[in-house]
Design a binder for this molecule. Structure first.
Ligand SMILES: C[S@@+](CC[C@H](N)C(=O)[O-])C[C@H]1O[C@@H](n2cnc3c(N)ncnc32)[C@H](O)[C@@H]1O
Length: 271
């Protein structure tokens, strides 16, 4: 668990109870009966080291290109921040003090690189677990000579829990998070009350959360969850106009041409 950060803000509701069926020949402790008392969410039952956390991503296979591999080698040491379970010193990490924006799940980094270019006054701490995506963003950083991006190749939920102190963020970007369409997978969605509460607590007063999605049921969920968080206020009646810093990506353009909608949501932390 986290060191030095607010333990009460750490994830506990997005966990699965690890009462699973045993495989034949499984030597693990016996499975408790269905009606056995269960430990509080987030706490492992006796004999189980860690409860199984539901992740918002699956590690996809993907080929890292030669160009991306070279970018890893040349630029990784400067732009990749190693994950560590202790609070991040953002000024030291970026080599300057500037407003800090966290991005969760940048994909191939197309929007990230654009936004960092049009907002040179801000620092962008960007989390992604997909290795080719990290390579792609490093490549863009090299091509565009950008200095205001740092990459954490790690689960953003753990980064939030263990590396980000309350009130340290000026903004959060979550663009087109995995929609997890099937009902049984909806629990994997990032935008749920516990994570939103953690993000809100890490924003400075006046700081913002900007989400975008092209999946209407998820847009509805985002609106409900963000509106229900007491620390946040909507900047619009419901969905927000697309802020001018967020570019239309190739993926989004393709969807728009097919007649799909896109919904932006921008909420601010109350003073
Ligand atoms: C559907 S893609 C969208 C990528 C990009 N934002 C875009 O607009 O094209 C969602 C990305 O979020 C990443 N992701 C999901 N959960 C994450 C987490 N907890 N930490 C870091 N990255 C995550 C996935 O690996 C995936 O690349």
């Amino acid at each position: 668990m986290g060191q030095g950060l607010d333990a009460s803000l750490q994830s506990d509701t997005v966990t699965e109870q690890p009462f699973t069926a045993r495989a034949p020949g499984d030597a693990s402790p016996p499975r408790p009966p269905e009606d056995a008392p269960r430990p509080p969410a987030g706490r492992a039952p006796e004999g189980v080291a860690h409860p199984k956390t539901i992740k918002s991503f699956v590690r996809r296979a993907g080929r890292t290109t030669i160009g991306q591999a070279k970018a890893f080698e040349d630029l990784g040491p400067r732009f990749i921040v190693p994950y560590a379970a202790r609070p991040l010193d953002a000024s030291a990490t970026f080599g300057r003090s500037a407003p800090l924006v966290l991005e969760i799940g940048f994909g191939m980094g197309e929007a990230t690189a654009h936004i960092a270019r049009v907002r040179p006054q801000d620092n962008f701490l960007c989390c992604e677990v997909h290795e080719p995506g990290v390579g792609a963003l490093l490549k863009r950083i090299g091509e565009q000579g950008q200095t205001n991006i740092r990459i954490l190749q790690h689960d953003a939920v753990e980064v939030i829990d263990h590396m980000l102190a309350p009130g340290c963020l000026d903004g959060v970007h979550i663009f087109f998070p995995d929609p997890w369409h099937k009902k049984k997978h909806n629990k994997r969605r990032l935008i749920q009350p516990p994570l939103v509460a953690k993000l809100a607590a890490r924003l400075k007063p006046g700081g913002y959360i900007h989400c975008a999605t092209d999946w209407e049921p998820y847009a509805v969920q985002m609106l409900q969850v963000l509106s229900a968080e007491p620390l946040l206020a909507n900047t619009a009646e419901a969905y927000a106009p697309q802020p001018d810093y967020r570019p239309l990506t190739k993926f989004e353009n393709r969807g728009l041409k097919l007649g799909h909608g896109v919904w932006d949501l921008v909420f601010r932390r109350r003073p």
